[in-house]
Design a protein. Sequence first.
Length: 401
Amino acid sequence: MRHSALGFLVLASASLRAQVPVIADLLDSVRIDSMVSYAEQLSGEVPVDVGNGSELILSRHKLNPGNGVASQWLQQRLAGLGHQPEVQSWSATGENVLVTIPGTVHPGRKVVFCAHYDAMPGGFVNAPAADDDGSGTAALLEAARLIVGTNFENTLVLAFWDEEEQGLVGSAYYAAQAAANDDTVLAVINMDAIAWDGDGDGLARIHTRPIANSQAIKDSALMVNTTYGINMPLAVNDPGATYSDHASFWNEGFGAILVIEDFDNDGNPYYHTPDDRVQYFDQTYFHQLARLAIGTALVWAVPADGGTGIDRPFIAAPGLDLFPNPANEQVRVWMDLASAAPVELEVLDLGGRIVGGHRSGTLPAGRTAVDLPVGDLAPGGYLVRVRAGTTVSARRLMIAR
């Protein structure tokens, strides 16, 4: 094994940001008219037909028959898009609706993208719940529409939770099952109320806590916001609130974030009332916040063959290998050099940002290995990029713990 006599120095490089083409294309295809249509049907403004004739979903409260109709409608819509929805039940009335898209590279690693479809208020009044959380549910349906035919390296779970309003019951059941099964959950991105901007300042919030890799998921959302030109004003709540489904995953030690409108200082005055309706949506705001959440989920799911996020060509050179891969604390980078050359190694996230790496002096020709520490990187997908003279090559790297 040969190493540079000069050793490797930690790079102090400015972030390089570039878009992953597949993610950029998908985000460009997010349609506000599609999401508004979904929200109108969920909130009882436009009739649905799940096999019993035309009817309005006037309430999605757990004790209202409309809750079951909403579940059937979600399954119908998802099946119509080409997915295979499953129902996860824990009682006679409680049921999560799930779509699982197995990862092509790491099927055992899950990214959970979620929203709740049940509603308040209860009783015999209407509960349209267009914003809370018809908006998040509609955005999740739009994601389901967009990703048909897209493969991901990690398993992507689209989860429509029931009984959130009763104490996060549906998500708590799923999270407890995941923990009991020792599932590897890379990231949870939860949307809850993403369409109200009463003061017009465009501000949205991301809730995180120092639990598992929640901070890294939050950082991914901030990266998506800038890299993909969403550019919303974002506030980070840390420690974040526990009033929505992301908290079920924190309780089980999984990394999660909440994406939400400015519930702190610009709360929807129609929250939990019969007047929480689509007519009060800020559609531009809704569109952008949905794109932010969808982009964050896609970054963690990792589109297969989806580009590198690097703004210059690279060659996946046959002589470039990583071991172990997935890695934990360290990865060995093997290179075949035709001649002695200055070599630089960089680790990039899937948005194209340099997040770690080392630089060498000149390495000799032949088969050479360099040990690269990666213990400070959050679990997820990365690229190891090698510049050897004028040649640039890269390999996918997964970090798992």
